[in-house]
Write a protein that binds this ligand. Structure first.
Ligand code: FES
Ligand SMILES: [Fe+2]
Length: 271
């Protein structure tokens, strides 16, 4: 078990926390692309790493991820009107572009909005996912190139679900080969991700997998072996990629799949 101090250190990801700084060096899945389906569609509230934001796609299709609250009287811009290349606050009509820059204040001269800007983060679309980068601009890494981002959309499936646990509790399940025997053991013959795969019998027959973990530049390789025929082992190797991506080894010819465990705040996450 981790001590409370260590647990807090690794699960708290708000601004200024050490682990929050780690997450802020990576592009993180933020929304499914289909949640912002077209230019000028309704904006979407986003909570990510304990920051309250709003995402929108402007009239030109450009993506914006900005502070949820208006720079004037803090009205939620989720209520805003997404129109003519910006999000307009419903209260007094201040308007913000995808970079958070105020571009119109109806009650004042054009000069007035010159120095008004909301916090904003870059967001890109790759692989049916909208990715956000929330770290220092000069440390921004290359855009995501996971394999599923590089194949035609007909050859991938992406989904998103809420999980009422912190990101680390969720991630643990992603690299935990051991629970497969116990939790999934009863339905390997019917589960579409297990059915008919050659290795299932080893999973079922050996309740005591042995783990070996190897470091690599991007994270860890987590190997678990079980007894197979004669003097052979059946290995399953799960990849953990920083900061919170796990890839489940496929069975037989089944597709590669994996999970990003993305902190909404310190208590909940999206998979
Ligand atoms: S609160 Fe947004 S324009 Fe006044
Ligand atoms: Fe599982």
């Amino acid at each position: 078990m981790l001590t409370k101090e260590k647990n807090d250190l690794i699960t708290q990801t708000g601004p200024g926390t050490p682990m929050g700084e780690v997450f802020r060096r990576y592009w993180m899945p933020c929304l499914l692309a289909e949640e912002l389906p077209e230019p000028d569609c309704a904006p979407v509230r986003v909570e990510l790493l304990s920051e309250l934001l709003v995402a929108f796609r402007d009239s030109e299709g450009k993506l914006g991820l900005i502070d949820e609250f208006c720079a004037h009287r803090c009205v939620s811009l989720w209520f805003g009107r997404n129109e003519e290349s910006g999000l307009r606050c419903p209260y007094h009509g201040w308007k913000f572009d995808v970079n958070g820059k105020c571009v119109d204040v109806p009650s004042e001269s054009p000069e007035f909005c010159k120095n008004i800007k909301l916090k904003s983060y870059p967001m890109v679309e790759k692989g049916g996912v909208l990715w956000a980068y929330m770290g220092p601009p000069d440390k921004k890494p290359a855009e995501p190139e996971y394999e599923f981002c590089t194949v035609p959309s007909a050859r991938r499936f992406v989904s998103k679900r809420f999980q009422a646990s912190n990101w680390l509790q969720a991630l643990e399940g992603g690299i935990d080969s051991s629970h497969v025997t116990f939790l999934h053991g009863d339905n390997v013959d019917s589960d579409p991700l297990f059915k008919g795969a050659g290795g299932n019998k080893y999973n079922i027959n050996d309740l005591q997998p042995i783990f070996k973990v190897v470091d690599h530049d991007d994270g860890l390789l987590v190997g678990a072996h079980r007894n197979a025929e004669d003097d052979q082992y059946y290995w399953r190797i799960t990849q953990f990629l920083l900061p919170s991506f796990t890839m489940v080894p496929p069975r037989g010819d089944y597709p590669v799949h994996g999970h990003f465990w993305i902190p909404i705040n310190d208590d909940t996450c999206y998979a």
